[in-house]
Design a binder for this molecule. Sequence first.
Ligand SMILES: *Cc1c(COP(=O)(O)O)cnc(C)c1O
Length: 434
Amino acid sequence: MAQVRDETGTPSEAGIGAHLLPLGAHADEEGRLVVGGVRVDDLAQEFGTPFFLYDEEHLRARCREIVAVFGRGAAFASKSFLTKAMARLAFEEGMTLDVSTGGELEVVLAAGVPGEHVILHGNNKSVAELRRAVDTGVGRIVVDSFDEIDRLDAIGELGETRLSIRVNPGVEAHTHEFIRTGQEDSKFGLSLASGEADRAIEALQDRFGDIADGAHAHIGSQILELSGFDREIEIIAPFIGRHGLREFVVGGGLGVAYLNDEFAPSLSHWAREIATACQRSGIDDRVAIGVEPGRAIVATAGMTCYRIGTIKAIAGYRTYVAVDGGMSDNPRPVLYGSGYEAFLARSVHTRRPWPVRVVGKHCESGDVIVSDGRLPEDTVVGDLLVTPVTGAYGFAMASNYNRVPRPPVIFVANGAARVVVRRESIEDLLRLEP
Ligand SMILES: *Cc1c(COP(=O)(O)O)cnc(C)c1O
C-alpha cells in the first residue's frame, strides 16, 4: 500500500533516507556525499553554487523501468525537466517525448528527437504551434477544445500526425485523495459526463477520418494513491470502445517521496496497476496503452546543492539558515507548500537534531526552501546544504526573480561530471534589452 500523507510534513531527525537519494549516491568513508562517482564538494569547488545535480544512471534506470512495460507508449512529460541532454537521454532509452508548448517542442527537436516520437499537448495551442507540429511530423496532437478542431481544420493536411482527444473523466486526483469534479472545474480536456468528449471525437473523425484514433486523460500530479487511475480507466473504457479508438494514454502523475517518512509506489507497480485495470475494464488488446510520467522519472535523480551564507537565530522563535538560491530555483514550497528535507554534503548520515528554516536570498518573506528543516548541530556558514528530490519542476520552473542568474545543470556518471546547462551570466540577464 502506498503511504498517503500531506505534502507539508515535518522532516525527521534521522540522517537522510536512502530512498530520497539517486541510485548512484553514497557517503564515502568520511560521510561525504558522492554521486555518480563524483564528490559533491569537489563539484561545488569547480562549478560554484548553487547547482542542480543529476545522477545520469538513475535517470536512465527510471526510463528503462517504464519502457520495459509500455515500450514507446511510455512518454516522458518533458515539462518536469527539459534540457536537450534530458530529451536525448529519454529518447535513447526508448521513450517518446511529451511537449505542451511550441518552446518545449523546439528544445526536443533541437535535441535530435524525431518528430514522429513527439506528442503535442496544451489547452490553448496557437495556429503557429499546430502548424509547426504538423510541419515537423509530430506523431500525435492531443486535441483539447472545439476551437482547436477549427484551427486544425484551417491547417488542412496533417501529413503523418495522428490525433487524440483529451477527455476529462471527472476524476481529479489530488495529493492524497481524489474527488470527482465536473468539467466546469478544469480548463483541460472535454467532459465525458456532458457528452462533449463524444461530440469532439466524432467531429475529429468526420473531418480527419482514421487518424483521429486516440483518447488521453491526465488526472493530476504527485499521486501516491493509485485507485484514482483505476477509476479513470473504468470511466474512459466505454468511450474507447464506442469510438473504435486504437490508443489510450492514461496520463502521468505518479508521485514520489520527498520526505524521509514518505513512500511512493514504483513505476513498475504503477504500470502493472494500469495494465490490470485496462484488462479488467474490457479495453481491447489491440488498443495501445500509454503513460506519460514526468516527476516519477526525474525527481529523485536530481538534487540542489547550495552554500550556507547566513545563520540567524531569532530568540524565542527559530533559526533561519540562508542559502545562495531560493524560490527562483525551487518555487514549489511557495506555490504548493511542499516539504523537503535538507542535509549537509559533508555528513550524509549524521543525525539532524537542530530545527531550522532554510530560506533563500530573495526579497520575500515567503522565500522558503524548507520550512521545518533539520540539520546537524555543528552546521556552520560555508557548509554545502543539499535538498534532495528536486529533479522535477525545479530547474523547469526556475526564474530570474531579483535578477538572480539561474543555476547550472550538471549530470554525473562513472566518475565524470558534464555541464548540460551552464550557469546564467550577467550578460544573459541583460541580453534581451537594447
Ligand atoms: C504534467 C503532465 C504530465 C506529467 O505529470 P507528472 O506529475 O510530472 O508525472 C503528464 N501528462 C500531462 C498531460 C501533463 O500535463
